[in-house]
Design a binder for this molecule. Structure first.
Ligand code: CA
Length: 252
């Protein structure tokens, strides 16, 4: 067991050292939407503070069952998971998450530091395992590894006509207006916009959703395209019957 005082000390240290980190790396954008599952409130506060300072969006939950309902929210990019939770064991939370999503990145952050615990966690489907106490810089570095693997680390703004998508922050704007989209729709739109002028087959678009760990039913793409069209300019997404979809390249 790790004493609470040690947490505070470790976090004071990491928050302080983080100040230097942000100064050095402030030009490096990064942004994931992280679900933080940690029942220790002061630790959760310190962690979310540091993660937000590193440009991540953070949703905090304190119980396993809240984590499971939050995973249904399509916006989560990564989960930081404590194992000692008040209502259920974090390993069971992880196993349930894996039933919903095979590819959702999960980093376990726990006081259980034996090698056997680490093996259990990794075998249950964790992508990484960091025993407490830990250095915030190390956690941030491990998050960057996952980001690179997901291919989300390169910042860019893709614009087609009046529609602009920041592939980093996943902010979509149509003209002057910011438009909120569920993640699946964003991923589809991103795939189409990055390939403006080229036809994307339904199978190709489906495979993009699979990469994000989504269940893909036979009409999934049609349904999402239908919803997307309501939020985008008229005729922005073209259907090429029997072939796929495309966004025409706009000459600027
Ligand atoms: Ca705990």
């Amino acid at each position: 067991m790790i004493a609470f005082g040690e947490y505070c000390l470790a976090f004071l240290k990491t928050v302080l050292s983080f100040g230097c980190y942000t100064l050095k790396k402030s030009n490096k954008q990064s942004s994931m939407r992280i679900l933080l599952v940690e029942d220790d409130k002061p630790l959760s506060d310190a962690l979310s503070h540091s993660l937000r300072a590193a440009n991540h969006a953070v949703d905090c939950v304190f119980r396993g069952k809240d984590a499971l309902s939050a995973v249904l929210d399509e916006q989560t990019d990564l989960i930081v998971l404590d194992l000692g939770l008040p209502d259920m064991d974090g390993l069971d939370v992880l196993k349930s998450i894996r039933q919903k999503s095979k590819s959702m990145p999960v980093i376990i952050l726990t006081a259980r530091d034996k090698i056997t615990d680490k093996i259990l966690g990794l075998d249950a489907g964790a992508d990484d395992y960091l025993p407490k106490p830990f250095e915030m810089d190390e956690l941030l570095a491990r998050l960057r590894v996952i980001e690179r693997r997901q291919g989300t680390a390169s910042t860019s703004l893709v614009s087609v006509g009046r529609v602009s998508l920041n592939t980093q922050t996943l902010e979509l704007s149509v003209g002057e207006a910011l438009v909120a989209l569920p993640r699946r729709e964003l991923m589809l739109l991103k795939a189409l916009m990055e390939n403006a002028g080229r036809i994307q087959s339904k199978q190709k678009l489906e495979s993009r959703l699979y990469e994000w760990g989504e269940e893909v039913a036979s009409n999934t793409i049609e349904v999402h395209i239908h919803h997307l069209r309501k939020k985008l300019p008229d005729k922005f997404i073209k259907t090429i019957r029997g072939v796929g979809y495309s966004i025409p390249q706009v000459e600027s």
